[in-house]
Design a protein around this ligand. Structure first.
Ligand code: FES
Length: 144
């Protein structure tokens, strides 16, 4: 796909799943893209290593909202290890593809998931995960 959004992207943008906040979240991810200024917050609840609830708040473009929505669906019910395997390519693929110029929005979704898990692990084990940095996409992680 080169330019147009898929019907699945449009559907998730118009009707995003799992929007909101979890007040007593076990992990909170906050990431932003330094270039476009879009911000994504992700909240997870974890029981016995399983993600039992996930919500997001995204202040950003349509692709950022659609990829946030899809990524919450993809990690719900998964183990922490499985959720850490989620890639931005998998999120984009599940949405029927993204225009090339919008792929960085899916990176934000992957990073939001990783950031929430990182926060959860730091709180529970004292040791987080190694955050990926994609300098080429000018991606930055906002400190909690
Ligand atoms: Fe910024 Fe999509 S344009 S995340």
């Amino acid at each position: 796909m080169d330019q147009a959004y898929s019907s699945k992207v449009m559907e998730h943008f118009a009707n995003p799943r799992n929007v909101g906040e979890i007040p007593d979240a076990d992990g909170i991810g906050k990431v932003g893209n330094a270039i476009c200024g879009d911000i994504m917050n992700m909240y997870i609840k974890v029981e016995n290593n399983i993600i039992t609830d996930v919500k997001f708040k995204t202040f950003g473009c349509g692709a950022a909202i659609a990829t946030s929505s899809m990524s919450t669906e993809m990690i719900m019910g998964k183990t922490i290890e499985e959720a850490l395997e989620l890639t931005n390519d998998a999120v984009a693929e599940a949405l029927g593809g993204l225009p090339r110029v919008k792929m960085h929005c899916s990176v934000l979704a992957e990073q939001a998931v990783r950031s929430a898990i990182d926060d959860y692990l730091k709180k529970t084990t004292g040791k987080g995960i190694e955050m990926k940095r994609d300098e080429e996409l000018h991606h930055c992680v906002i400190e909690n």
